[in-house]
Design a protein around this ligand. Structure first.
Ligand SMILES: O=C1O[C@H](COP(=O)(O)O)[C@@H](O)[C@H](O)[C@H]1O
Length: 261
């Protein structure tokens, strides 16, 4: 690996990982606000929203939350109130837990009008990105301030799955998938180049169910190197940080850090 990612390992999610993730996110927020007065964040579904809320809600939500713009790195093509919806997970675990009278982020869910046509959902979401990011960068690629990713037990991240043709897609910002190996089959996802273009990229992977796959990703042999999460490591280099607990990194030989400075 040229510019290796940072691998953080914490004994416990609640007491160690969450406060360090908070410190990291607030540092990225500070830099983003200094750069352009906004904090544009891409979030995942799965287990991420729960850990995010542990990190951000206590002792109090960030004061500048009204400067946050939250997008989804991937979404399942289901109604926003469906249990499989990544938006619903973020809403239940984080948005609905914010104090009523406090600042609120601006959130960009998918359009629900064409859920039976994932390509249409992807095109609409790409248009959302185009209109939001249009004044920056001359928009060759949207520049997220922070991307927060999960890593599935098979090494997938966002809705980019091992060996899938979407891993080679470079033209569109938002891609559709109709044969996701993990249900539901219809989904949209940011493409790999958009993920790795971000200013900062953080994976959150916890629990013993992740340990085998993290070993493969960080050992990066032929099989491991080709996994979607490993491709983010390769493309993002030292912009990438992994927030893991001891159970997830057991047996991983890669150098580990124990605290965000
Ligand atoms: O299906 C998905 O899975 C991944 C990983 O989820 P996790 O529960 O193993 O953390 C998630 O990052 C992605 O957003 C989601 O759609």
């Amino acid at each position: 690996m040229g510019r290796p990612p940072k691998l953080y390992s914490f004994p416990d999610v609640e007491n160690d990982l969450a406060p360090n993730l908070r410190k990291y996110i607030l540092a990225e927020q500070k830099e983003a606000l200094a750069r352009h007065g906004k904090f544009r964040v891409g979030v995942s579904g799965g287990s991420l929203p729960k850990t995010l809320s542990r990190a951000l809600l206590a002792p109090n939500p960030p004061a500048s939350l009204d400067k946050w713009e939250i997008f989804f790195v991937d979404e399942r093509c289901v109604p926003l109130d469906h249990d499989d919806s990544n938006y619903k997970a973020l809403k239940n675990d984080f948005l609905d837990q914010l104090p009523e009278d406090g600042p609120k982020p601006k959130v960009f869910p998918i359009d629900e009008t064409a859920l039976d046509d994932p390509q249409e959902v992807a095109d609409q979401y790409e248009q959302t990105l185009v209109s939001t990011f249009a004044n920056r960068d001359s928009v060759k690629l949207p520049l997220f301030d922070l991307i927060l990713l999960g890593c599935g037990p098979d090494g997938h991240t966002a809705s980019l799955f091992p060996d899938h043709a979407l891993l080679r897609a470079t033209d569109a910002w938002v891609l559709s998938i109709t044969d996701s190996p993990k249900p539901p089959p219809g989904r949209i996802t940011l493409s790999l180049p958009i993920l790795t273009h971000a200013c900062a990229i953080a994976f959150v992977a916890t629990g013993g169910g992740k340990k085998g796959i993290l070993k493969k990703i960080f050992e990066a042999d032929d099989e491991g190197r080709a996994l979607p999460s490993a491709l983010v490591n390769e493309g993002g280099g030292d912009k990438v940080s992994w927030f893991c607990d001891s159970a997830a990194v057991e047996g991983v030989g890669f150098p580990k850090r124990t605290s965000v400075i």
